[in-house]
Design a protein around this ligand. Sequence first.
Ligand code: MG
Length: 249
Amino acid sequence: MIDVMKEQLHSYLHENGFKDFDLKAVLFDMDGVLYDSMKHHARSWYETMTEAGYECTSEEFYLHEGRTGASTINLLTERCFNRPATNDEVKSLYARKSELFTRYNNGDVIPYAPEMLNKVKADGLECVLVTGSGQKSLLDRLEQNFRGIFSYNKMVTAFDVKHGKPSPEPYLMGLEKAGHLKPNQAIVVENAPMGVQAASAAGIFTIALTTGPIAPEVLSEAGANIVLPSMQALFNAWEDYLPEFKKSV
Ligand code: MG
C-alpha cells in the first residue's frame, strides 16, 4: 500500500510541477467522510423530488453529492422538464429536502472519523472542513462530535461559495482559509466523484474513501490519487503516509 502511495505522490508532484510536498493541512469533506449521512441525503432527495413529480432514483443522489442544492435541483429540472428551475422551486424543494433530512438524519459519525481528526491535529496539521452542504443540522453538530477541531473561520460551506463542487472553488477557498496554502501543502479526503473532481481541479492530492455504494474505479476516474475502503484504513495507514507528505521526493 505504501508503495502505491509513493508512486502516486511522485506522479502527482511531476504532473503538477511541484518538486516537493510540504503538508500543512488536511481538507475534509463532511457528508460520507465525517458523517454517515449520505443514505439520509439520498432518501430525502428521492422523496422530495418524486413527490414533486420528478423521475429519479435514490442512487443517483450519491453521484450528485457535492453539488449545491440549487445545482442538483436545476440539473433534475433540466433533465425532467427541459427548463431551468425557478427560484421559487429551488427554494421550496430545498426546504422540503432539508426538512426530510433533519427528520431522517441520526447524526451517526463515520467510524474512526473523530480518531483521524484528532491524529491529524496532534500531528500539528490544520483541519479544514470543505463541504457543499448548507444543512444547519449537521454543521451545528460539528463541535459536539469533533470537539476543538474545526474553527468557524476554517470552514467552507454552501454559504461561502458561488460554485459548488465539481468547481475547484470550494477547495481553493479551503487552501486560502487554511493559511494561504499552495496545493502541494494540503491533501483532501473525499468520498464523492464530484468532490474528487473539485479537489483534483484545484490541484490537490486527493484520498478518496469508499464509504457508500460508489465503486473505487469511479473515484479513480474522477481523479483520486488514492482510494481506500474506509476511514479506518486511512487511520491505519496514516503513520506510513505522513512522512511521505513531509519530505522532498
Ligand atoms: Mg461527501
